[in-house]
Write a protein that binds this ligand. Sequence first.
Ligand code: M6R
Length: 570
Amino acid sequence: MCGIVGYVGRRRLVPVVLEGLKRLEYRGYDSAGIVYLQDGALVKFRSEGKLQNLENILGEAIGASSNIGLGHTRWATHGAPTTENAHPHSDCTGDLVVVHNGIIENYHSLRNELLAKGHVFASETDTEVLAHLIEEYLEKDLQVAVTKALARVEGSYALGVLWTGMPDTLIAARNHSPLVLGVHDEEGGFMASDIPPLLPYTDQIIFLDDLELAVLKGDSHVVYSLVSGDKVEKEVKTISWNSAMAEKGGYKHFMLKEIYEQPQAIIDTVSGRINPETGSVELPEMNLSDADLAGIERIFLVACGTSWHAALVAKYWIERWAGIPVEVDIASEFRYRKLLIDKKVLTISISQSGDTADTLAGIRLASELGSKIVTICNVVGSTMTREAHGTVYTHAGPEIGVASTKAFTSQLAALFLFTLYLAEKRGKMEANKRLEMGRELINLAAVIDKMLPSLQEEIKKLIENYYDVRDFLFVGRGLNFPIALEGALKLKEISYIHAEGYASGELKHGPIALIDKDMPVLGLVPRDAVYQKSISNLEEIKARQGRLILIGTQGDEHLKCIADDVIYLP
Ligand code: M6R
C-alpha cells in the first residue's frame, strides 16, 4: 500500500513529487517523506501521518531549485509508523537514499551481517537494510552497487535510489512490486508505483518487469536485466488516460466519482465489441483460435478481492450460457494447492491493476501446466497483460478509490461479453437470445445513469437509521450471493463496520443465531428464478426481529410487507 514518486528533469522537484504523492494517497499510508539533491547534498524531510504534515515541515523548501529527488508514502509493515521509520532511508554516510515498496524477506540476516561490519541503523525497517547493503558495494557506479546488492535480496521491491556521487541519475528497480517509468523529451524522467502521478506530464509509459533496473536521467533512460546485466529493449507505451481522469471533477471524493463513472466504464468496455444488430461479440485481443475455444473442457477463474467476486458471478453465467464447467479460486489459495490443470483448461485472471502478486503467481503456475491464459484487466501494458496469451481490457479508466466500484462493474460487463462470445463460438445460444442479451447489456449503461442520482438521495436518508450499527449481514442467492459478498467487502473497507456476505440459503445453517435488532440484514431479492426461495429465507430473519433492508425489483410491493426499508431497482 506504499507509494513511490521520483523525478529528474527541468522542473522544480518538490512540487512534482508532492503532487505525485497526493495522487497516490488513495493507496493508504501512515507516514511520508521526500528527498532532493541541493548543492551536492541530500536534503530530507519526513513526517508521520498525512501529507499535509510533510507539507507543513517543508515550508520554504517547497520552492527549492533542486530538480532531482524521490518521495514516498509508507504503510507500516516492519516498525511503527514513526518519522524515524518513514522513507527515504539513508546509508551511514548520508550521501545515499532509498525509497522502497515491498518486503525484504531476508532483512534480518542481512541486517545482522551489516551490523557486524559496523553499519549503524537509524530505523526498524527492512528497507534501511537496502541503503546499507548498496553502500557496502558502492565504489564509483551506483548501478553496479544496486545490482550487486539486489542479488543478495530475497523478497519484493519497487525501489528508487539517489546518490550524491551521480547527481543527475535516479536508479529504479523492480521485483514483484509495480513500478513504472514516465518519459518525456522536455519534461524529463519520472518513476512511480502507479500511473496517476505521471499523467500531468506524460502519456509515454514504460512498465518495468520483475528483476529489471532502470538508469533514469533527465534526457535518457536505459533498462537492464538484474539477472544478466544486459540492456533490455523496452516498449514505450502511449496510454490514453489523461490527467483530468485522475482528478475528482467536482465530486466529494474519488469513490463517489467512480460510482458515477460506472455507465461510462460499461459503455467503453462494451462498445465496438458487440454488434447491436446480431448480438455477435468480437474479442480479437483474446488471441484464442476457434480450435482453442472448441478444445476448452474447463475454465479456472483466478482473482483476489472484488475481482474474485466478479469471477464468482461469471461462473453462473459461463456455466449456464456457454455450458463449460468453471472453477473459481482466490489467487492466494490457488497458487498453493495441487492444480489439476492441463492444456484443455483455460485460465482467466481477473484484475483491475494487472499487477496483483498472487494473481500473477497463479497464472504463471497455470501457464507452466499447459493452460492458455487470458486476463481481464484494466491497465494497458500491466504485467498480467504482458504475460497472458490474450487480454480482454475493461476500459474503466484509472481507478483511484481504493474500493473498487467502476472496475467491478466493468469486469462484469467484460465477463458477460466473454460469456456471449463463448456461447456463440460453441453453438450454445440461439441467435435471438444472444441478440436480446447483447441489447440488454448495451442498454445497461443508460439505466444505471438514470437511476444513480435519485438512488443516492434515497440511500442518504435511509442510512440515518443504520449508520451507528457495528455489524451487518448481506445476503443473496444465485448471482446475488457474490454481489452480497461484494457489498459486505465495501462496507468493511469504507465504513469500518463489520460485515459478512452469505448465501441466503446458508443462514439457517448457523449464522441465523446472530440475528436480532442489532444486526441489520441487507437482502438482494430481484424478481429472478430464486425469488420465492429468497423470500422464505428473509421471512426467517423477520421472525427473529431482524431489521431488513431489501433491494428488489421496481413494482414488487410484497417486499414492503417484510422489510423495514426497500430500495427498488429497474
Ligand atoms: O487489482 P486487482 O483487481 O487484482 O486487485 C484485487 C483486490 O485487491 C481488489 O479487488 C480489492 O479487493 C478491491 N479494491 C476492494 O474494493
